[in-house]
Structures are given as structure tokens and as C-alpha cells.
Design a binder for this molecule. Sequence first.
Ligand code: COI
Length: 369
Amino acid sequence: MAPMPTSVAEAVAMAGYHVAPGVGAALKQFVLPEKLGFGLVAAPLMFSAEWSDGNWGRGELLPYGPIEILPGARALQYAELVFEGLKAYKVGEAGPNLFRPRENWQRLARSAQRLSMPAVSESVFFQAIEVMVGACHRLIPRESGRSLYLRPFLFGTEAGYLLRNSTTFRFMVIANPVEIYSSGPMRVAIERDDVRAAVGGVGTAKASANYAASLRASNAAVARGLTVALWLDAREQRFIQELSGMNLFAVIGGELHTPALDGAILPGITRDSLITLAQHLGFKVHERPLAIDDLLAQIVSGECTEVFACGTAAILSPIGLLTDRDRREYVPVQIDSAAAQLREALLAIQERRAPDPFGWTRDVAPLTL
Ligand code: COI
């Protein structure tokens, strides 16, 4: 096995990328605020690598700040932009660790393929996230539930209106010390008009355009005093897909049910982890089409006792109520019961407070400047 670098200089020498002046000073000066929010506090550095002539160039570590992009770039004009989200933890141990980062790399490659963009190579992806986490290790919160959120993203930089892919791309990683994404039980608005994604579209890709498509419903939900929109399938508006930025689980008859991946749902890494973990803990888990009207009837009858959301940002967030277009409210009899048990089991693995029987966590060497 290759030796682990212990300093940014060694990591840079091994990976062959460049560190811009000011990165070390920015890191030294950074003070972690008490209030973090989600994406409000930026780590003071960022990684950037460019793709041209069919190859990834030498990556760079830069102080966090504005970037230059041509106004005509395909990323701005045609949403040629895909991203990932993963977290580094430093709760149970002195050094940082990542949770299932290979799954993020693979999903980024699938997203890029859907938008016919070049894949980020495994070495560029891992160098980027490991140097970001290693260099930022001092900024990773130690409290349970807090972490360093990494946002890798890939976008087309070539200007032009011809409907073709860019020939030049940029891959960047930014990082944010974060707290929990959504606090308290969520109030869900069932979205019956807009659709997030249709089969054959880009729903399974982590394409920024999907998130843009969800914003009108999110705004409408918030205007009604609710937290988040719940998306239904595009063809019949009958089957649950996901919540904005999160997958959904329901406890029905004491067993876990989640919408089967239908070719438009984002395959969440937390969703996948939960299915494995819940089965390991003795739950029966069903991945199947989940009709919204059936679920609402089962909440009313008490057969469905609990509903919750999951995602990298959301971890496992309880749902306090669902409401429909007619404003009728559906309140599950339990809020954060199975969800609390599963959240603690998952977080304990992610935060290295419990053994990791699945081999999901990966050490990252802290780097000195
Ligand atoms: C994530 O959970 O990583 C996401 O990308 C969802 C986003 C709404 C924060």
C-alpha cells in the first residue's frame, strides 16, 4: 500500500497538483463559528481541476472565493452541471473519515455519463476529496450530527449556443462544516402539479437542473408553512418518487417500505445504506411502487405508523405530517420512533462510535500545512 501523506506538501508532491499562495494562511486564520447552518459557512479552500483535449489537467488547491466563468459557458446556458454530496466525520476518533465515498464517485460518473460529460477519474476524485478533508481536518466539528459536507461538482466551461457538449470542463470540490439539514419533524406538501423528473429524463442523475425544477414547489410549500415537497411520478402522478433532496421511507405494518427505483428517482446512498442496515437490524424492507393515495389511507387507518426522509444532508429526518392540495392533513401516529433508532445506528457507524460491519467508512490522513 502507498504510504499516506502527512502534510499538504507531501500530498501535493504525491498527487502532482499545485497549491496556490494564500491557502495555508486562509486555513490558519479560519475560526469555526458556533452556528453552522447547512452550506452557510464555507471552508477557506477549494479544489479545482480542468479537462481539455480529452484529459484531466493538474489539480489546484485555491483559497475559497469567486471563480471566473464565461457568461456563455454551457454550464450557465444549458445547465451542463452535475454534483455530489458526501460527509467527513471526526466524532469518535482523532482523525477524519469518509462514508462510502466510492459510491459518490461512481454516481458522479453515472451522472456525467447521462449528460455526456467526461467522467472524473477515480484518482482525481479521491485526490481532491482526500486533500480537502485532510487539509480541513481542524474544521471538522466533533459533535455528533455535525460534519464537513463536501460538494464535488463538474461543469461545462465552453461558451456557445450550439446544442453540443462543452469541450472543456472543470471539476471542483468545496467544503462546508455543517449541522443537521432540517431540524424538527418535517411538514410535507404533496406536489400534484409540477413534476421533478420523468423516466428517461435526468432524474437519476444528480443534475443541478433537477433541483432547479423542484424550487417552485419548495417555495409554494414554504409559503404554506410547510417544509418540503413530495414528488409523484410524471406519468400518472400516482406513485411516490422522493422528497426534494431526500428519499422516503414508511413504516407499514411494522415493516419498512420505500419507493423502488423507477428510472427517475435519485438512487440515494443513504437510502441504499439504510436498506442494508435496517435488514441487519431485523427489519423487513420492501422496495416497491408506493401509491400516494394508498399511503394516505394507511396513515388514516393507522396501518402506516411512521414516515421519514433520508439523505446525506438530511441523515434521517422524521416527518410530522403530510398535506394534500385540499389541505387535509395526515399525521402518522409515531414521529421519529423507527427513524430515531435507524438514525442512531447509521450515525454511530458514520461517526465511528460503533463497529462498521459493512466496511463503509474510510480513513483520511489529517494533513499539516
Ligand atoms: C445531499 O443530501 O447531499 C443533497 O445533495 C441534497 C441537497 C438538498 C442538500
